[in-house]
Each structure stands twice: as C-alpha cells, then as structure tokens.
Design a protein around this ligand. Sequence first.
Ligand SMILES: C[S@@+](CC[C@H](N)C(=O)[O-])C[C@H]1O[C@@H](n2cnc3c(N)ncnc32)[C@H](O)[C@@H]1O
Length: 458
Amino acid sequence: MDYFPIFLDLENKKCVIVGGGEVAHRKTKAVLKSGAIVNIISIEFSKKFNDFPEARCFLIKEEFNVKHLTDATLVIAATDSLSVNKKVANEANKLGIPVNVVDEPSLCSFIMPALIDKSPVIIGISTGGNSPVLTRTIKEIIEINLPSNIGLLAKMMGSWRQRVKERFNSFDMRLKFWEKLMDSEVPQLVFKNKLVLADQKIQEQLRNNSFEDSVGEVYLVGGGPGDPELLTLKALRLMYQCDVVLYDRLVSKEVLNKVRPDAEFISVGKSESQHTVEQHKINEMLILLAKEGKKVLRLKGGDPFIFGRGGEEINELAKSNIPFQVVPGVTAASGCGSYAGIPLTHRDYAQSVRFLTGHLKDGKLDIDWKNLNNKQETLVFYMGLLSLPKICEELMKHGMPSSMPIAAIEHGTTHNQRVVSSTLDKISLEVLELELKSPTTFIVGEVVKLRGQLNWYG
Ligand SMILES: C[S@@+](CC[C@H](N)C(=O)[O-])C[C@H]1O[C@@H](n2cnc3c(N)ncnc32)[C@H](O)[C@@H]1O
C-alpha cells in the first residue's frame, strides 16, 4: 500500500488553505463540509470566496508566512506558484502538520481521495495519483451500485447500536445480530424509504433473536475453473460473508483473493491425485467449525457437484443437522469449452455431451467404452492427464476413428491457458512433449474442429 487511508475528524479544527483561485476555492468547499474552521491565505481572492460562511471561513489577505500555520491541523497549498507551494510544504513538514500540495505528489505528506459522500457513509477512492480517469471510472461503478439511501441505513443502524449492546452482551452475538439484520428485509425497506416499518422489523428481530449456542452454516460454493469473473453473484456474496474458508488446490489464486481477507484460510489441498487432508477429516472439520457457530465457506474448483465430492460432504452435514447452501459454479467442461472456442454441442456436429472421469482407480478406468462411440456426442474427460494414453487406446479399440479430433485444455479460462488440438492417435505424444500439467481437461468430438474459426481467447 503506497498510502495509508484514514478519515480525519476536522470538526472545529483549524485548517489552512494557501491560494485564492479556482483550485483553492474547490478545496475550501470540500474542507468546510467536514465542519472545519478554514483560514485561507492569499494576496488576492476570486469573488467566489464571498459565498462561504463568515463564521467558519476567514480570508486573510497576506503573503504566506509560517505564523499562519500556528495550531493548524491540516494544510493545503493551492497557489499557482511552485516556490510558494514548496515553502508551505517545507514549513508544514517542519511543524509536523499534514500537508497536501495540489498536483505535486512529491511535496505531499497526504493525498486526498475522490469521494462518494452519502454521509455518514463516505467512500474514498484513490489510484495513488496514477490515473484520475481510472479514479473517476471506479467512482462511477460504485455510485451506480450503491443504493442512494445507504446513508439513511447507516444512521438507522447507529440509532439501534446502544439497544443492541444492552440486549446482547457478547461481541459475537452482536455481530450475528447485525449480519442477520443485513440479510433481512430491513435494508430494502430503508432503501424504499419505509422507515417506520424498518424500525418495527428491527424491534421484532431484537426481541425474537437469541444467538446463544446457535449453529453456523456451511456454504458449499463452486469457484469455477479459474477466471474470477466467472464467479456467480451468490458465490461472491457468501465468499464475503464467511468466517473461515476451506479451499482446494484447484481454486485459483485470483478466486481466492475474492474471499473476505480477514477470514481464516485453511488449505485442504485436495486435487485429483493428492489429498493433503483426507476426505473424512474435511467432513469432520466442516461439522466442527459450523458447530462453533461459524459461517464456513467450502470453496471448490468448478462446480461442487461435478466430480467434486460435494454430495458426500453435504451428506455428512445433513446427518449432523448442520444448515448448508450449495452454490453451483462454472464447471471445467463449460469453462474450457468456451475459452478454447469449442462449443460442446452444435446442431451440425453434436446433439449431446457426456462428462467422464479419467481418474484411475487401482490403475483401472471404470468406463463403459462400448457406449461411447457416438459420432454425434461430445465427450469431456476430467482428471484424464495420467490416463490419456489408455483413454485414446480404448476409444479407438471400440471403433472411434484415430483421426477423431481431441483437444487438451490446460489451466482453462486463466491467463496460463494452453490448448492443444490434435487427433486421438497423436495427442498423447504431444501432451507429453509439451509437458501439460494438471488441471487439464480433454474434449473429444467433431466440435473440436470449430476451434479453428471460433477461438477468441488465444
Ligand atoms: C477433481 S476434478 C474437479 C472438477 C470440478 N468440480 C469442476 O466442476 O470443474 C478436477 C479436474 O477438473 C478439470 N479442471 C478443473 N479446472 C480446470 C481448468 N481450469 N482447466 C482445465 N481443467 C480443469 C481437470 O480435468 C481436473 O483434473
């Protein structure tokens, strides 16, 4: 972090702005909003300055000198003279007063963020002085997504804080109360300006909720194949709500970065060939953590119900009466197909698609090969890297032509994606030569040919 963000209380504090032009006027206006008393130093002032409230805004028609800084909490230099601005910065620094020099980051001890002011909710945005246009774009994105009454909601929650504190004596219970409130209809009521009803609902929740010995919940969430933009909105919401996350090795770093940063992170390291933590231990951990009242995120690659053992995990939860939710994710077949430019079905080439596992059990593949030789069906093999020669051999042995197109997609949907398009008789050697690693998915069928025209991702 290049700058450490803080919010200053400037109510009735002396702030000094040096300059009498347009920029100084803008800065004065911003600082006055915080309740500060502002001394503005300049030998000349634009007319606009006369509009400011006299009680809190003092125009001092003098050249800047160090005495102007006595007892100042904050200083802004906004003149059009670099030498004056430098002098202001030097004097302020000597006195240890935070100083901002407009458009001169090297002279600043603090910079001012762009603001979204929905008081008491205030959002500060900064790109560290790198790109004002990017700052504006970020501001727009947040403004569009932020309900206009968010400040009202904050005020209403503030007005209930003391009563909630009296009702629940532990921090944990209070936290649960507020989280539950945020999930209830109360925020929407406030956003629709139905404030009396919202107040009543809070009263009801305060009366009826008891969080003693309450059990937590497990969110079994599909993290998709790698690109974080493929996460569902629900997945993102739950990723931001959890207290603890148990994640597999397949979950990409970019997806993991979307989890609430102060949650507890536990890697259970599961991949198809390596189980750092055994499955039954993972099941036990989920139950134990939920029983401690925690919101547990079980984050898996792809979709939890497709070769993800998600069913087994929630079966154990159900047996122990632990509440859970399941959030589907984009499975590797869809992700890899889309990002490799290979539609899994196509009216001219494939009317159906079949997902298969190439995972070897005791060195063997348990697959009904006889029923796989269907020209109109696409086959997608998960976990097939080690068994690829066997898969190709069996498909050809059961009648599939050796020229049947097959694609290998490694790290699909990520910046490291590699795609090898080949045929059944050649792919094993090519995959070996190119040293493809896990995770890799294989797509077999005529649809693979379409990649020539439809590859958009590179
Ligand atoms: C244990 S399975 C989990 C599948 C996951 N639940 C899903 O729905 O995608 C692991 C296999 O998924 C496939 N896979 C997962 N992510 C992938 C990716 N980003 N690129 C290619 N294959 C992937 C690979 O075949 C890998 O061996």
